[in-house]
Design a protein around this ligand. Structure first.
Ligand code: DX5
Ligand code: ZN
Length: 219
């Protein structure tokens, strides 16, 4: 079994020193750069858009894991492919024709991700799980960094793990929201493949060391 990936969320970075923080992730033990795009409609907050993603992409040396918290994401699939996204994740709750959206993401050469809000049951993905590269379980209500981890997530990871096995799928499980060194080990044991961490990394005294600590906990 491969080591759990760590994806620091740049939402918690210092935007006045974005290049510095992206380079910190480059030089750390992190695996991916997690990029949160919010539209103020699907979620009650606006984060940043294409010019900032472009600036991140210019300095990033690791795969870009782009998490779209926007309505009707089909409008921007090509744009994010052109910006260099490696994984493009859309929300189940934001897509009327999710199967079509996933095909469009793959047609642009990206890996296709689907994020589920805390209230969305994993069983809803049964009919298209073989088309999904990454399932992102939101362990907070999306929209803001720094929220507390929702404990029910452990049961969702286990249920999703069972569904992946039942359907003989190769889908990776990502956890997003409230991840700390306190829950990383338990999440890995439950079956998580990728851990996103924003505040815990960037608000720490030594973000590079904190990433190494997370990697160790989830290793
Ligand atoms: C929340 C975002 C997360 C967020 C995580 O809507 O999708 O990626 O940055 O931040 P923390 O780790 O602070 O909960
Ligand atoms: Zn995210």
């Amino acid at each position: 079994m491969s080591k759990t990936k760590i994806a620091p969320s740049l939402l918690a970075a210092d935007f006045g020193n974005l290049q510095r923080d992206v380079e910190m992730v480059n030089h750390s033990e992190a695996d991916w750069h997690h990029i949160d795009v919010m539209d103020g409609v699907f979620v009650p907050n606006i984060s940043y858009g294409m010019p900032v993603v472009k600036a991140i992409a210019k300095h990033a040396t690791k795969p870009l894991d782009v998490h779209l918290m926007i309505i009707d994401p089909d409008r921007y699939i090509k744009t994010f492919a052109d910006l260099g996204a490696h994984v493009l994740t859309v929300h189940y709750e934001a897509c009327t024709h999710l199967h079509r959206t996933l095909q469009a993401i793959k047609a642009e050469g990206m890996q296709a991700g689907v994020a589920l809000n805390p209230h969305t049951n994993v069983s809803l993905l049964e009919d298209l799980i073989n088309d999904i590269d990454v399932i992102c379980l939101m362990s907070v209500n999306p929209g803001f960094g720094g929220q507390s981890f929702i404990e029910n997530t452990y049961d969702k990871v286990k249920a999703l793990k069972n569904l992946i096995a039942k359907k003989n799928a190769a889908t990776l499980i990502e956890i997003d929201g409230g991840v700390t060194a306190g829950n990383a080990g338990k999440l890995k044991d439950a079956g998580a493949d990728i851990l996103v961490a924003g505040s815990f990394v960037f608000k720490s005294n030594d973000p590079n060391k904190t990433i190494a600590e997370l990697k160790e906990m989830a290793g």
